[in-house]
Ligand binder design. Structure first.
Ligand code: ADE
Length: 432
């Protein structure tokens, strides 16, 4: 963990920033450009934004994973005329080369260092809030929470926000139910072109990628336990099944459990899964899914990791207490806990394994998520005055536009209904 005191640096040529190493900028540019090739929808939006400047002069504070894909989103917002400040939404997901490239090459203010400790993480959020945003763009709701708890005077300046992820939307809905939400927020996660693809295929692939990069294990034949069968859990289970794992799903919801079973997984309780599994992956959004009673019965060599937004799904304090200090890093991103004859392993400190041990979701899927973000920002800039404080879905037209543009970019052509078919679908008189 980095504990350096952040120094907000400014120079005549560079925007305010705190990042690890400006010398990494050239590598960051190369990787951002590589990701851009896989983001045709966002590129089209950027080209239009350049001409129309729909976000002209709008101060946006974005708290997102600092990745090559996010870089292409903030470039798009900037092309639309926004004044963007970016901070990290997770201490381990920051790609330091991307942070450097954004500042040095694209003129965007960034506060993010890979491995930041908690103090530095929140210092960076505060530095982003110091830019006095009129719009927030959050992933996990930490920036919104900070502003509502500690910087309430700024609420009057903020016209609207967007939220990227399931966990953040749950928090925002709780705030709205408490009448505590100070401005309208569009829940980007709820767009079909977001969660059906990003949460399912993005998390599925990037979680597998994180586990592979961290362990280099063979997946075929391995017993894998997936906790949570939301869109992320579905994607993770399907990708591990695809690699030949035996997958057991742990769920608390009956319908999801049935779906997991009929998708071809085993379904069992966490208590039964604990001594059975070899790799455990949590994606529930809840706390202490795997805890002391489970650690005590796990096999020697078990691997645990998390793909949920926060690092609370594994009860690491309980695990540390059980190991009594017998913890060592056995490989990059792999910590071994010696439980007296049995060794269990935690990947990436229990933080998002797909972003900490790998690079997050592939650009082709973030293309759709971030197209929704950019178009929702444009929509909110136009319509915020008509919206009460609350959580809103992405307008259906935006969702459909993203799907259409993505299909077009992929060269996929759909059939129109014939006139006869259209008439039939609109009628009720036809029977057996
Ligand atoms: N969330 C998941 N994957 C991501 C990525 N590649 N970039 C930004 N946010 C993400």
């Amino acid at each position: 963990m980095t504990t350096t005191t952040p120094s907000m640096q400014t120079s005549s040529t560079m925007p305010p920033h705190d990042l690890a190493d400006m010398a990494l900028a050239a590598e960051g540019v190369r990787r951002i450009e590589w990701a851009e090739r896989e983001m045709p929808v966002l590129r089209l939006i950027r080209e239009r934004f350049e001409l129309e400047k729909p976000l002209k002069g709008l101060r946006v504070a974005a708290c997102l994973h600092v990745t090559t894909e996010t870089a292409n989103l903030v470039r798009t917002l900037k092309a639309g005329g926004a004044l963007v400040t970016l901070c990290a939404s997770n201490p381990l997901s920051t790609q330091d080369d991307v942070a450097a490239a954004l500042v040095a090459e694209y003129g965007i203010s960034v506060f993010a260092r890979h491995g930041a400790d908690r103090d530095l993480y929140y210092k960076h959020l505060n530095l982003a809030a110091d830019a006095h945003p009129q719009m927030t763009m959050d992933d996990g709701c930490d920036l919104v929470t900070l502003i509502h708890q500690e910087r309430r005077s700024q609420l009057a300046e903020i016209v609207a926000g967007t939220e990227e992820t399931t966990t953040g939307v749950i928090r925002l809905k709780a705030m709205a139910a408490d009448n505590a939400l100070g401005y309208p927020v569009v829940a980007v996660n709820e767009a079909l072109t977001k969660h059906l693809f990003d949460n399912r295929y993005g998390t599925g692939q990037s979680t597998l990628d994180g586990v592979l990069r961290a362990t280099n294990y063979l997946i075929a034949g391995r017993r894998v336990v997936v906790a949570g069968y939301g869109w992320c859990g579905r994607g993770i289970a399907s990708r591990f099944r695809g690699m030949g794992a035996q997958v057991a799903v742990v769920e608390v919801d009956q319908v999801r459990a049935l779906e997991a079973l009929m998708d071809g997984n085993l379904v069992m309780t966490i208590g039964d899964a604990a001594p059975w599994g070899e790799i455990f992956i949590t994606a529930t959004g809840d706390i202490h899914v795997l805890r002391a009673e489970h650690f005590k019965v796990m096999r020697d060599g078990a691997i645990m990791c998390n793909s949920g937004h926060f690092d609370v799904e594994l009860d690491l304090p309980a695990l540390k207490a059980l190991a009594g200090g017998r913890v060592r890093e056995v490989r990059q991103n792999v910590e071994e806990y010696d439980l007296g004859g049995r060794r269990v392993h935690v990947l990436a400190e229990g933080r998002l394994v797909n972003l900490s041990a790998a690079e997050g979701h592939p650009a082709a899927v973030m293309d759709m998520s971030f197209a929704n973000q950019a178009l929702s920002a444009e929509y909110l800039q136009r319509h915020h005055a008509e919206l009460a404080n609350g959580v809103y879905d992405v307008p259906t037209e935006i969702d459909q536009q993203v799907a259409r543009l993505k299909l077009e970019a992929m060269g996929i052509v759909l059939d129109p209904l014939t006139p006869e078919q259209a008439e039939y679908m609109g009628s009720w008189q036809h029977g057996t």
